[in-house]
Design a protein around this ligand. Sequence first.
Ligand SMILES: Cc1ncc(COP(=O)(O)O)c(C=O)c1O
Length: 381
Amino acid sequence: MKKIYLDHAATTPINPLVYEKMKPFLEDFYGNPSSVHELGAQTKKAINESRRKIASILNCKPIELFFTSSGTEATNWAILGYADKNPDKNEIIISEIEHHATIHTCEYLEKRGYHTHQIHVDEKGFIDLKELENKINKNTLMVSIIWGNNEIGTIQDIDKVRDICKKHNIILHVDAVQMVGNHEIDLTELSIDLMTFSAHKFYGPKGIGMLYKRESIEIENLIHGGMQEKGLRSGTENVVGIIGLAEALELSFQSLHEYKKNLLALSNALFNLLKKEIPTIRINGPEIGKNRLPGVLSLSFDSIRSFDLAFALDKEHIYVSTGSACNATDIRPSHVLRAIKQENIEKTGTIRISFGAQNQIEDIPYIASKIIECYLENKER
Ligand SMILES: Cc1ncc(COP(=O)(O)O)c(C=O)c1O
């Protein structure tokens, strides 16, 4: 039976071209970049070249890029590191629909006496910019906002968020994990202070993320040790991961327009077919178009449990996510679905379909027919 992966917002398979670039660093070039001998120099050079390549793609300085183990680590570091450097301020502003990497980092800081303001979002997931501005006060440490939402696909107007922060002289961290490959990113033009990336969301390897830190911003170390990453993030570098991240980023930027166009076509085709057969189906987040991640479809169905629908699809080898909290045993609607005040939320089942490079438009009728079949078979009567 055919296997259809529709969970690219969770992770993407590695691009074979990325893997080819990584291979020599798994086999032949194994030197520790901190070693003084030739083998060390080889891997050190490869890291430096990767950093320069990434900087030129994102239009920033190489010294503004720091490799981490994940997007989660980059976000933890951005928030905790800036808090530790600026102990005189103790209020953080985030939105209601942040990734848990942000929410749980702020909850951790709350145990240390910090206060988090969660800015409300409207029914499409757009943050209330007036509320954001009103919440800024003399105790505000920073603002941290998710740019493209991993669950409902909402793309925030990050220029407006940045302008508000700049007007009040508050630094801004942006979680851009879902944006690479789906949107232009020019760090000089964007003029944002801190930004989080993660390679496994754009066909790079797992276990490697990156924090962009504007040169003038100071943050405290999260990890202490051998002084790697300009003394700010110690630990022997994940050389092969760094090579993979740089290559995956380059390939994603090269194919940006084509990739987006394909994802939009897949999203539109599937939604139109489903809507014809299940008129009550709803799409969460903005309309398919420029304010939404092109491949992310959060779909709600009446009178079914998210998990039952996802599980039925799993049995058909169609892999999607649910719109529930983090795990299979917790079936409450997620904080994001609660934030957009979904109608009849307790009786609604939500799945997230996220398309990617290997999905084909020819498969859409099959996918639609399986979703319809699984829905009708599992719907509560
Ligand atoms: C928006 C967003 N931020 C952060 C993360 C965390 O990234 P990582 O999986 O690299 O820790 C994810 C991953 O799901 C994400 O979707």
